[in-house]
Design a protein around this ligand. Structure first.
Ligand code: PRP
Length: 211
């Protein structure tokens, strides 16, 4: 019997993801040790887990290097990979937002060629150019995006807001909400065809523990 490979996003979602598999009775003891290992086997249940940088999870699933992935909807939207979204896992809830300094809130949309700093250039481009029909200069950053409007790098940012703590502590606020984000279970379409029964069985079990 071939193993089913799960790609789990490292970082914010990983502990909850591992907790789900623990509840399902899979052997996750090694994964919980926080070693540098990237690949783990549960021989008994024929499951393989790989720990992947969040933005790479859809890539592993699209190319069938993993059969199933757990990743945020933000990453799914940004990466635009060809994967089948099978289940909203309803954890890791947050919102994709346009944010900036409070004094800009009522005037930012009038700025010609608005500068937008973000870890999500595709989402930002789609929102400002397609939805808002505004000219925008998208500036790709890799973290601590909140610094951009504080240093003059950009007028606004597009980023996820979870508790809102990072915004408050840096004197920023939400201008507009783009969409709701949560963790999703994605599946490779060929895997789903070949292993429909096993994958459906796992998905049903996951549904049972997340409610
Ligand atoms: C994310 C996000 C915000 C923050 C939001 O960054 O980009 O900065 O968390 O969370 P909050 O509303 O609960 O404060 P992350 O911590 O992943 O770090 P990064 O900026 O280095 O990417």
């Amino acid at each position: 019997l071939k193993s089913i490979t799960f790609a789990l996003a490292k970082g914010r979602l990983s502990d909850i993801s591992i907790g789900i598999f623990e509840k399902l009775g899979y052997d996750v003891s090694q994964m919980k040790e926080k070693s540098r290992k990237l690949i783990f086997y549960d021989e008994k249940n024929k499951i393989k887990f790989i720990l992947v940088k969040a933005s790479d999870v859809p890539t592993y699933v699209e190319y069938q290097a993993a059969d199933i992935g757990i990743v945020g909807y933000d990453t799914i939207l940004e990466e635009g990979r060809h994967v089948y979204e099978m289940l909203n896992l309803s954890f890791g809830n947050c919102k994709m937002c346009v944010c900036g300094r409070p004094e800009m809130k009522d005037s930012f949309y009038k700025i010609h060629n608005l500068k937008v700093a973000t870890k999500y250039p595709n989402i930002a481009k789609e929102f400002f150019e397609k939805e808002k029909k505004m000219g925008a200069e998208i500036i790709k950053l890799n973290g601590s995006v909140e610094l951009a409007p504080l240093t003059g790098l950009s007028e606004v940012i597009v980023d996820i807001v979870e508790s809102g703590k990072t915004l408050v502590e840096n004197g920023l606020c939400v201008f507009e909400e783009i969409c709701d984000i949560s963790a999703r279970l994605i599946v490779n379409r060929v895997s789903l065809k070949m292993e429909r029964e096993r994958i459906n069985d796992i998905v049903e079990k996951i549904k049972g523990v997340i409610i």
